[in-house]
Unconditional design. Sequence first.
Length: 435
Amino acid sequence: MLKKLLVLMGMTAALAGCSDKEQQTEQQANPAPTEQQVNKGEQAIMDKKILGKWQGQIEIPQTPLEIIVNLQKDDGTISVPAQNLIDFPFESIKYKGEEVKILINLAGSVVKIVGEFDGESITGTFTQNGQTFPVKFKAYQEEVITYETLQIPVAGGTLKVALQMPEKPTGELAIIQAGSGPTNKDGNTVGGGKNNSLKMLAEGLAEKSIATIRFDKRGVGENMALIEKEEDLTMDQYVGDVSDIIAFAEKDERFQEIHLIGHSEGALIMTLAAQGSNVKSLITLAGTGRRANVILEEQLAKQLPPNLMQQSQQILDKLLMGEQVKNIPTELQSLFRASAQPYFISWLKYDPKEEMSKVQAPVLIVQGRNDIQVTVEDAELLKAGNPAATVVYFEKMNHVLKDTSNNYEQNVASYSNPELPLAEGLLEEIIKIIE
């Protein structure tokens, strides 16, 4: 709570020596503020402190979501970077004491944010579609842009990429590919929290004089417009985008050697892109060694009842053969919806172990033992596909390239903690193969 304004009266020695008449005259000339005036003064101070941009997280279990609100006296806006929602206007905003109430109308869906200001942060709730989650905001800190934005021609338009140039470049360039789902250039996934793993990787390499290019995948963030319909997206398009970046970089006199770094599903994308290029090395971070249907079946077996698990296996079997499935159970629609099936078909046709055997460039396979999504077995399979590859295991590293314990809750919490540094020694191992 804000401290009360203190009205200081009669505190000096001179005033202490005044006569009653002098004191009365002084009080008439400078009357004490009324309680209403004090309250207005408090409100003015509160308004001044609370107005402006605030950055927070909606604490959705296992999938926290970053939001930014810009609070003004009579209006404001909300931004959800991971969903490419920028400066969407409030329906209304009200202040009462230290409390703020916000209403937002998102295409007919009413969002309500209620919070209390404690002088430094705003803590409250976020409600949408009948669901309420905790939310806490802290003062927004403008991100310092340390990279150059390039636009590279690709199929269907241009791909916006972030070129991170070191102060003293050596001519080495690493292209970084993010993992599965709606993941952006910084390694942050919509609904998966903000960890900034790939941002840290790019900045860390720049400190060691290695340039990098990273980018939002087509259909995500800055490159959302490259996909008009979900059913148009395929794994081969991702590979094509990387190939176009390589071709673009080869024409840039600043770069003499190009290296590929792929995280999670991005490891397979980079493995495919490396086969038809003259890159100097391939680095896979938490890359799978098993075909996607095997991993999906393993994950679904932990979540689905036997009847739905059996139907999931039947669907995956047909997708593996390149056949789309028309009748999908309601419970499985979110995963196997018709518009997502073309991507599944394009993905399932690749066996990572087999594709790794086709890579001619030196390969570094990196795997963390605290990874709850990809296992040591996957790294061993990739190594079996390319015996010449180097494998490095990190005892504490998890899937988002951070050191954590083997406690599940703490592991998951790291997915939305951008304060955690990269796993100790990770940058050094990557630099070894690049240099």
